[in-house]
Design a protein around this ligand. Structure first.
Ligand code: OGA
Ligand code: MN
Length: 287
């Protein structure tokens, strides 16, 4: 099979057609997809409607799947569900329900699972039901953001370690985790500068869960993290994905950030099913 690859922006992202990712993939087809992933950071596969088992089979080719934190509506399963639909009843979740407040965290630029000791390699999101308008997802490249830094800044960042904390990022959107949930998710430390082991390219591990720089005063560290986030998300290419049912996106959590955008959740249905692959290569810092 020969993949057709079309860039999504001038610096990152690729639309891939000419391959069926819903059925089992031949080894060399997956190898080709994997190399596009390492370089481009976001993969868009149009028109590949998949069910849960097919999504697990495809995602599993990238590596072991996470189990979702208990705070997510699909907690304990291999899925994270971004949706305004109650799994049990199929009805819309009321806007003032804590489950909707919880999902507001996705409006902040983030990479998935940076708050875990074993962070994530990539996420796979399949669009099961999409609203007629709104609910796009935006992406930026933190590899492009790293490349754009001057040498002095690169030297400053080289050995820094950042603490990522899920309770912190959820508090930023007004969602208070319970003590049990906090105990389930202790903060994790990761190097600020990530090196892709395949390509050698560096990227910034930042985003909503990044709370502090180890060894720096809290406010100084947060000022630097905020500055890096602005650099990564302003004056850089942004890919805005307007979803169609059956779309599948794969993004590199080591080298990109993403955020949800609003839709009319009182009127429309949106069901996005995510699988999250662990990054087994990372040399993480022990707390
Ligand atoms: C996610 C996520 C954004 C969206 O699935 O990790 O952040 O638009 N989704 O649903
Ligand atoms: Mn996310």
């Amino acid at each position: 099979m020969s993949l057709n690859i079309k860039p999504l922006t001038s610096t990152f992202g690729a639309e891939i057609t000419g391959v069926d990712i819903v059925s089992p993939l031949a080894d060399d087809d997956f190898a080709a997809i994997r190399s596009v992933f390492e370089v481009h950071g976001v993969l868009y596969f149009p028109d590949q409607p998949m069910d849960d088992d097919q999504q697990v089979a495809f995602s599993d080719l990238f590596g072991p799947l996470e189990r979702t934190v208990s705070t997510n509506p699909a907690g304990g399963s291999p899925f994270a569900r971004q949706s305004n639909i109650d799994i049990e009843t199929g009805e819309r979740i009321p806007l003032d329900d804590p489950r909707m407040a919880y999902q507001k965290g996705n409006y902040l630029w983030h990479a998935d699972s940076t708050f875990k000791t074993v962070p994530s390699l990539c996420s796979v999101l399949s669009a099961r039901e999409v609203p007629p308008d709104g609910g796009a997802t935006e992406f930026v490249s933190t590899a492009a953001a790293y490349d754009a830094l001057d040498d002095e800044m690169k030297v400053t960042l080289e050995d820094l370690v950042v603490e990522h904390d899920f309770a912190y990022s959820r508090q930023r959107t007004g969602f208070q985790l319970t003590d049990t949930q906090i105990a389930e998710l202790p903060a994790a430390r990761h190097r600020l500068v990530r090196v892709n082991p395949e390509t050698g390219r560096k990227s910034l591990m930042i985003g909503a869960h990044a709370k502090e720089i180890i060894g720096w005063p809290l406010d100084k560290g947060q000022a630097l993290l905020d500055d890096l986030l602005v650099r990564a998300t302003e004056n850089q290419a942004v890919y805005r994905h307007a979803w169609r049912t059956g779309d599948v996106l794969v993004w590199d959590n080591r080298a990109t950030l993403h955020r949800a955008t609003v839709f009319d959740a009182a009127r429309h249905r949106r069901i996005m099913q995510r699988t999250t692959v662990s990054d087994m290569d990372v040399e993480y810092e022990t707390n």
